[in-house]
Design a protein around this ligand. Structure first.
Ligand code: F0G
Length: 350
């Protein structure tokens, strides 16, 4: 049967209003890739899978929620959507709005959005506005303006974003025949962890699948849920999750707690280390924020706070490496240049 996107495939599990008019880029249906080399690197015996969300149409998991949010907006003939974004939401909102013939406006923190994301938002035709402030400032602004004017907010405060993003949990269960024992996932504004937990709970009730333990992971410089208070000036190289006041923070803590998991933090070095291991050992290149979940799993495994032995673990990798090429090329410098002859080539490779 042809694949027609998430709303067609999982619509009966999604709480979307009748007026919803499907706008789809055939998002979702992303691979659950076994990662045996990386599991071996951890030094313990367990089954590890990567849910590679970077393979969505705009290169991140945001497309799952955006097909739902923009379809709802299109169905009630909304003319404009708006969001605050660290980049991926912006690109996704812009693409779906373009397809729906709706105007999109995206607010981003000045100078803190990776090249591939900004380029996407521009290419898809969004009006891009930089804020001399943080993501958190931008989010406050879009909430206020959408309360004042008939502009549809498509950040994950929008309940339909959560509905759409539940589908990744459904896909994982459908592929494995059950939920995994453990799910590790990066946490920024906390919409995604909220969605996965809602999705796993729904499948548990409808199909009897087990409930996974959820390990949510923030970056150390932007870890309000670990510290227990907002972070005024969040800072991390994982710019996607450079967020100090997560909109769904309470729900993220609840999800981790109810599932028997936790929310922890990893350093930028730990994030970059895991990005390199995942690319080098498995051929899966994801943007820095994407590996926070895996980096957190590795850290807890190494310091003995978590034993993955014998378990089936899914690591959600949220965005493609090509979103943020600079993080790699910056450290690499320029590849060496040689004369155009075999002798010169032999000299450098043998
Ligand atoms: N990973 C990536 C690649 C992201 O872009 C985000 C969030 C997250 C993880 C965290 O997900 O916010 O649901 O907890 N990016 C948002 C954006 C904030 O604007 O693109 P979350």
């Amino acid at each position: 049967m042809a694949y027609n996107g998430l709303i067609e495939k999982y619509g009966s599990f999604l709480n979307l209003p009748k007026h919803t008019k499907t706008i789809s880029l055939l998002e979702g249906n992303t691979p659950l890739i076994p990662a045996p080399n990386l599991a071996k690197y951890f030094g313990l015996k367990f089954e590890l899978f990567i849910k590679y969300e970077g393979l969505n149409p705009t290169g991140s998991f945001k497309d799952r929620g955006m097909t739902a949010a923009v379809s709802e907006a299109a169905g009630r003939e909304s003319h404009t959507v708006i969001c605050a974004s660290t980049g991926n939401t912006a690109a996704s909102a812009a693409a779906y709005a373009a397809r729906a013939n709706i105007k999109s406006i995206v607010l981003i923190p000045q100078g803190k959005v990776a090249t591939g994301k900004l380029a996407g938002a521009i290419a898809y035709g969004a009006q891009v506005v930089q804020i001399d402030g943080s993501f958190d400032d931008a989010l406050t602004m879009v909430v206020d303006i959408s309360n004042k004017h008939p502009i549809c907010l498509v950040n994950s405060i929008n309940p339909y974003r959560i509905e759409g993003q539940k589908t990744s949990a459904f896909e994982i269960c459908d592929t494995l025949g059950n939920a995994p024992d453990v799910l590790c996932i990066p946490v920024g504004n906390a919409g995604n962890i909220t969605s996965y937990w809602a999705g796993f709970q729904q499948y548990h009730q409808a199909k009897g699948t087990q409930l996974p333990v959820i390990l949510g992971v923030q970056a150390e410089g932007a870890a309000p849920l670990v510290l227990g208070h907002p972070v005024e000036k969040p800072e991390t190289i994982a710019t996607a999750i450079r967020i100090g006041k997560p909109a769904r923070g309470e729900q993220a803590l609840e999800a981790a707690d109810q599932s028997g998991g936790n929310i922890t933090a990893v350093s930028d070095d730990e994030i970059l280390h895991m990005q390199k291991q995942l690319a080098g050992l498995e051929g899966i290149w994801v943007e820095p924020a994407s590996v926070a979940g895996l980096a957190g799993l590795y850290k807890q495994t190494k310091n003995g706070t978590f034993d993955p032995s014998g378990k089936t673990i899914v690591a959600v990798c949220t965005g493609h490496g090509m979103k943020d090429p600079d993080i790699i090329t910056r450290g690499f410098g320029h590849p060496q240049v040689i004369s155009p002859n075999i002798a010169a080539l032999e000299k450098v490779i043998l």
